[in-house]
Design a protein around this ligand. Structure first.
Ligand code: GLA
Length: 536
């Protein structure tokens, strides 16, 4: 398994950056990625699966206090939620005073937090949990308190000194400064502290954040603030679903906090919980846990559904049909099972139907369906169908046969060269030909993800592509926007060959080259180690 490391560790191995007069930059893949800043080339090693926890906002708003936060943390432990993975206890807006101190530091509101944030952090850490805090990438927070813009390093240092584990970074008071500038400034400040702090970008889906979020933070909001209504849940779901291709381990689409228990019906809350899990969304409940009903607690603690969310493959589920408000979504899981959500958006009960083939299953005469809400199991020869209540879901884990492709995320190590398949220079430009380069642990431009559809992605959103859709020997393999065509689809064979679906030809290190910079092309599949790519 490929292990990704934090910046500090990744940089420890980097000694040399040489910029030539022509602007070319020499050095390792990681240095080249860094030199291109703000080109996203960031990985703090956190959030291999979607973050889980609690957030104060929708429950406490500006009445948040040390005691409300501690009480939520206590309930996470006593309810069993913490053991299921709900680890981050996040203090949202309104924890601070309205001015910085004479040294320019943020000051906790000691009326609300008598032990300060550091004291609160100690308590939360003592429970075995992690603590998150809130700030804004602007001159003010959304409640008009001092923002971090222009104070990024001082504020990051302060958070690290308080032993903060997560920062939710909002978008108020931004004066129109581009989001990428503001969010990378805090990314770098957090990195400079040397503390691993999960970085949650909250710019409400603006400025195409899904396309660059994975290089900057661990999660990014895809929509505006939700409310505890069915209409809001539906539009948030649709907005987040459209960004599926950008999500993956260490970087997740965030459809806002869970509103389970805050006002919808129990049926609607179950739909929200299923859809968020199917979309590999962060599961951060913003619920008053102390007064939550048993229906709310049993939804939040459904371990079968949490397991779908937390599956190590890290694929966000996608729709197989969205007809007349009767939807079916599929999410491949690491053991070859598939999670299916049948969702009835409409106002009356209806039958929602799909099939094993449509959700990516084949090769068996019957499949086992485990209903993830009831635990009941049934079998089917192919049809997957259920009567679904209005605004509700039926959610199944489908086992048996084989999955179309379960996908994987890994580096690809050339068997002959012992060098990695590398997106040259950490470039993101369409047409950049890929090459061999010394493997650098943690380099995002050497980390590839095979999707269930057979695309091989880098940065979560660019595809390995046979240039010009040509199929002749010597066709360059480049990076290109994913467009769903067959020159961007590949089969990873058990023997390590990567075969183009369109050409039937293999990914090949040109001329059996083994040096850094050896380019990759398409070539007739032969039994030679320059066509063998191992997943370490
Ligand atoms: C914005 C964010 C919310 C919340 C509030 C706090 O609206 O999107 O999630 O943090 O600010 O003021």
């Amino acid at each position: 398994m490929h292990r990704r490391r934090g910046w500090a560790a990744a940089l420890a191995g980097v000694t040399l950056v040489l910029a030539t007069a022509g602007g070319a930059v020499l050095g390792t893949a990681a240095t080249r990625a860094l030199a291109d800043a703000p080109e996203p080339a960031w990985d703090n090693g956190l959030a291999a699966t979607p973050p889980m926890g609690w957030n104060s906002w929708y429950t406490n708003k500006c009445a948040v206090t040390e005691s409300s936060v501690k009480s939520a943390a206590d309930t996470l432990v006593s309810s069993g939620m913490a053991a299921l993975g709900y680890k981050y206890v996040n203090i949202d807006d309104c924890w601070m005073q309205s001015t910085r101190d004479s040294s320019g530091n943020l000051q906790p509101d000691y009326g609300k937090f008598p032990d300060g944030i550091a004291g609160t952090a100690d308590y939360i850490h003592g429970l075995g949990l992690k603590i998150g805090i809130y700030e804004s990438a602007g001159t003010q927070t959304c409640q008009g308190l001092p923002g971090s813009y222009g104070h990024e390093q001082a504020d990051a240092n302060l958070f690290a000194s308080w032993r903060i584990d997560l920062l939710k970074y909002d978008n108020c008071g931004n004066h129109g400064v581009p989001a990428l500038t503001r969010y990378t400034a805090m990314r770098d400040a957090l990195h400079n502290t040397g503390r691993a702090i999960l970085y949650s970008i909250c710019n409400w889906g603006q400025e195409s954040v899904p396309t660059w979020g994975a290089g900057v933070g661990n999660m990014w909001r895809t929509t505006g603030d939700s409310t505890a209504t069915y209409a809001s849940m539906l539009s948030t779901f649709k907005g987040n679903m459209a960004q599926a291709s950008f999500a993956g381990p260490h970087g997740w689409n965030d459809p806002d906090l869970l509103q389970v228990g805050n006002g919808k019906t129990a049926t609607e809350d179950q739909a929200e919980f299923s859809l968020w899990a199917e979309m590999a969304a962060p599961l951060i409940a913003s619920t008053d846990l102390a007064s939550a009903s048993s229906a709310t607690m049993s939804a939040l603690t459904n371990s079968r559904i949490v397991a779908v969310d937390q599956d190590s493959l890290g694929v966000q589920g996608t729709p197989v049909k969205l007809n007349s408000g009767l939807d079916a979504l599929t999410k491949p899981l690491s053991n070859g099972d598939v999670s299916v959500v049948l969702f009835n958006e409409t106002d009356s009960a209806a039958t929602v139907t799909t099939s094993a083939a449509a959700v990516g299953k084949s090769g068996a005469s019957s499949y086992r369906l485990t209903n993830l809400w009831t635990g009941a199991t049934t079998t089917t020869t192919g049809t997957i169908s259920a009567s679904v209540p209005a605004h509700g879901v039926v959610m199944y884990r489908v086992s048996g046969g084989t999955a179309a492709s379960t996908g994987w995320s890994s580096t690809l190590l050339g068997a002959q060269s012992s060098r990695c398949l590398d997106a040259t220079g950490a470039e993101r430009t369409n047409g950049t030909q890929v090459e061999l380069y010394t493997c650098v642990d943690g380099a995002v431009n050497q980390y590839w993800h095979l999707t269930p559809g057979g695309e091989i992605l880098v940065y979560g959103n660019m595809c390995l592509d046979a240039k010009g859709a040509t199929t002749t020997n010597g066709t360059p393999i480049d990076l290109y926007t994913c467009v769903g065509s067959d020159n961007e689809r590949w089969v990873y064979r058990d023997d390590g060959h990567i075969v183009g679906v369109q050409s039937g030809k293999c990914l090949d290190a040109i001329g059996q080259g083994t040096a850094n910079g050896t380019k990759i092309d398409l070539y007739t599949c032969v039994d030679q180690p320059n066509e063998v790519w191992n997943k370490p």
